[in-house]
Design a protein around this ligand. Structure first.
Ligand SMILES: [Zn+2]
Length: 314
């Protein structure tokens, strides 16, 4: 009996992320099968790793809401085949048609699957700045997809959204009120949050990271990201968060690994600047409190250099 319980306990181990965990859904091009996080809201959690042949570019969260009168999808994924695979999963849980796709930002893994949905006659919505970002970078994103995903890039033809919004786009569909928001500058142009006020759930996109290090891009305003977090994001006080990357969780947890990381890194770079430090030294400020996060190796020094370049002229 005790042995049986111990075996059960082992099976019940929570799903920790690790970029070294191999594909969790070998039957599908998706990295993992969608889970229902709260009633009628599903997410297929991507690998907390860079895009690779093995994860087929499913390294961010692809979510959907079964509203009772149609399905709303958040992110078309990194390719036509990922969008199609997500659609297959949707069809396995509901007969309701997909009525809208929302892109969380202008990155390849948010938008490169758009042409699948557009071919199904489904409208695709994104923030106007995300659409512009994708128009500028789609060629590069497509080249990257072809090189890492190989045959899984098949069918992908970069297409932006069919509709754009600027501040806010409100939808009532079935049993859900859905607010598509741009709370302010954070990770990349036109970052979009999908807010379900009645459920207290935010499908946050890349304003919020969990279990892996956030990337800081050239041109990202980290002080603005912190302001957006402490202001409008915190004001909504979400109970549940589906972050852009990593398992669904709550605000306190994504705050530790996103907001608190940005504050920490700016503190370290600020002290380095005050001590007369240069760029070469900035790469090596101590980030050991975050060394357990996935993508630390790929991003930590790069992030430090980017924040140095940003703060040097503040
Ligand atoms: Zn992302």
């Amino acid at each position: 009996m005790r042995a049986a319980l111990a075996a059960l306990a082992l099976l019940a181990v929570p799903a920790f992320a690790s970029e070294d965990i191999p594909d969790q859904y070998p039957q599908s091009v998706l990295y993992s099968k969608p889970v229902e996080f709260i009633p009628h809201v599903f997410t297929a959690i991507g690998a907390t790793a860079p895009p690779t042949y093995e994860n087929a570019g499913h390294n961010n969260n692809l979510s959907f809401i079964v509203t009772g009168d149609g399905v709303v999808v958040v992110n078309s994924g990194a390719s036509y085949l990922l969008a199609k695979a997500l659609h297959d999963e949707i069809k396995a849980v509901t007969e309701q048609p997909v009525k809208l796709v929302i892109n969380e930002n202008g990155q390849g893994h948010a938008m490169l699957g758009n042409n699948y949905w557009i071919a199904q006659g489904v409208p695709v919505l994104a923030h106007v700045d995300a659409a512009e970002e994708f128009a500028d970078s789609a060629g590069q994103s497509m080249a990257a997809l072809k090189s890492y995903a190989r045959e899984n890039a098949e069918g992908t033809d970069p297409m932006g959204p069919t509709e754009t919004f600027t501040d806010k786009h409100e939808i009532t569909m079935g049993d859900f009120r859905i607010e598509v928001l741009h709370l302010g500058p954070s990770h990349s142009p036109g970052d979009t949050q999908v807010w379900l006020p009645d459920q207290g759930l935010m499908i946050a996109g890349d304003i919020a990271f969990h279990e892996r290090m956030p990337p800081i891009f050239e041109g990202t305003c980290t002080s603005c990201w912190i302001e957006t977090w402490e202001g409008p994001l915190t004001a909504l006080s979400p109970t549940y968060i589906i972050p852009g990357h990593g398992h669904p969780t709550n605000l306190a947890q994504v705050a530790r690994y996103t907001h608190d990381y940005l504050v920490y890194l700016r503190g370290m770079i600020g002290a380095h600047l005050d001590a007369g430090g240069d760029l070469a030294g900035a790469y090596y400020v101590d980030q050991s409190p975050y060394a357990h996060l996935d993508t630390f190796e790929e991003l930590a020094t790069k992030n430090a250099g980017t924040v140095f370049a940003e703060m040097e002229f503040e």
